[in-house]
Design a protein around this ligand. Structure first.
Ligand code: ZN
Length: 466
């Protein structure tokens, strides 16, 4: 593989027969074929080098999602993960991110595939269509090569039912079909429900008739949606199937997590991971906000439920929560799926801040101008009107990436920086890509260190044979 002016090529020389399936330019006299690393050649790449194609990975104990909004981060992500006993999900992009960056899922897979080739990483990796919300989106993602579907059922969750007065809740079970009602009563009310926790201490999941009815009101449509999607699209395909219920204002009650997971199990749905909404606040790209001891008590229970029922916990918005990583590591014992995305974009910006202060100042100004609009898509603590300003000295710029206000500002405005500014002729994206191309090693090194720190603090075992 060779790189010139931001474009990568595969160079085949000598016997050119193995390169026949690739599109490129052949110099027959020199015995050389030059093949662009693009979408056109992706199928041929996967056929010639099967380790470059994404595969289902959920059966591995530790899986780690590394979203890459630029399509340039895969080499750094591979370097971070390869030193640990974990398998990466290198292609991971939500519909929201695809829309805001103007990319397609096949482009995301291509970036991961060529990155894996470049690093000669042969342990396998996954491709997660993150936060897909409709049946059409699921079908499209599968056609486009996703090996993992993260079904976001938040829109079918009736959060208001969690705070309905008790007398309007207890009648709820009468409205569900009789055979399901009997099964629910039998499963949850006739015998106490225990799950085994850490260090052999088992936990009682408290399920009263009211709590059961409330859970059915809040999650009934979520359960039904997940069963439908499984039966129509996932069953028999071997792909990884995650259910996310994390994008809601209220934390997921552990009893509800237990009931949802058991109902899916009873329906034969092989859900590989579930993403609950944990207590406290998991905002993008910054530390955990909340009481870590309350988090620990609740997380212990969620982890025990996942262990008992056989799925993994999936930790969304999992970047930079260093204060709770030891807790997550302790109670899952590393059996988990963990997702990060925007934090890698911030590491790329750190490279820009050090390498081209002028460009970084323009990017920051664009972010400030776009921040108010971007808060419609993301939940952040920083309020419009309070956008931070940059220090005067260029040598202080990389340090602003350690400040939570700057991190949130730059984290959620990537769409404006990458797409809108380009349309307005500012060429921020073009110049950013040129810089990261020139400083490829610094970029990969920053990612290796930052993502590697996540795995280390989660207590994932290092591995020797990288
Ligand atoms: Zn999420």
């Amino acid at each position: 593989m060779a790189r010139e002016g931001g474009q990568r090529h595969l160079i085949c020389w000598g016997d050119l027969k193995p390169a026949a399936a690739f599109t490129g330019e052949t110099d027959a006299a020199a015995g050389v074929k030059v093949i662009p690393c693009d979408l056109t050649n992706l199928r041929a790449l996967h056929a010639a080098f099967p380790f470059t194609a994404p595969v289902p990975v959920a059966h591995h104990r530790t899986t780690f999602g590394t979203g890459d909004r630029l399509g340039l981060a895969a080499p750094g992500h591979v370097r971070a993960v390869r030193g640990f006993d974990a398998v990466p999900v290198l292609a991971q992009q939500s519909k929201r991110e695809l829309n805001l960056t103007g990319r397609t899922f096949p482009e995301v897979i291509a970036a991961a595939s060529y990155g894996v080739f470049q690093e000669h990483f042969t342990r396998g990796y996954g491709a997660d269509a993150d936060h897909v919300k409709t049946e059409e989106e699921v079908a499209e993602a599968l056609r486009q090569g996703a090996t993992m579907i993260t079904l976001d059922a938040s829109e079918r969750l009736d959060a208001a039912a969690a705070s309905l007065p008790i007398d309007s809740v207890t009648g709820a079970l009468d409205a569900v079909p009789a055979n399901w009602r009997h099964a629910l009563n039998r499963r949850y009310l006739e015998t106490p429900q225990f799950v085994g926790g850490a260090a052999g201490i088992s936990h009682l999941i408290q399920i009263s008739p009211e709590r059961l009815a409330r859970t059915v009101l809040v999650y009934g449509r979520v359960i039904k949606f997940a069963i439908d999607i499984w039966e129509r699209h996932i069953a028999g395909t071997g792909r990884d199937f995650e259910l996310s219920i994390d994008e809601t204002p209220t934390p997921t009650d552990p009893a509800a997590h237990y009931i949802v997971a058991r109902e899916l199990q009873a329906a034969g749905v092989e859900v590989t991971s579930i993403a609950p909404r944990f207590c406290g606040d998991f905002q993008k790209g910054i530390e955990y906000i909340g009481d870590t001891s309350a988090f620990e008590r609740e997380f212990d229970l969620h982890a025990a439920i996942a262990d008992e029922l056989g799925h993994k916990l999936s930790i969304h918005s999992g970047s930079d929560k260093f204060s709770v990583f030891p807790i997550i590591g302790k109670y899952t014992g590393g059996r988990l799926h963990h997702k990060t995305a925007g934090t890698s974009w911030l590491e790329a910006l750190r490279v820009v801040a050090g390498g081209d202060p002028g460009l970084f100042r323009e990017i920051h100004a664009c972010a400030r101008a776009a921040f108010g609009r971007a808060t419609a898509f993301y939940h952040v603590r920083l309020k419009p009107g309070n956008e931070p300003t940059l220090p005067g000295a260029d040598s202080d710029l990389p340090g602003v990436l350690d400040n939570e206000d700057h991190r949130q500002l730059l984290h959620i405005t990537y769409g404006a920086i990458l797409v809108d500014s380009e349309k307005r002729g500012l060429k921020l994206k073009t110049r950013l890509f040129e810089l990261l191309d020139r400083r490829e090693e610094a970029h990969a090194g920053a990612l290796e260190q930052h993502i590697g720190r996540h795995l280390k603090e989660l207590g994932i075992a290092p591995r020797k044979d990288t």
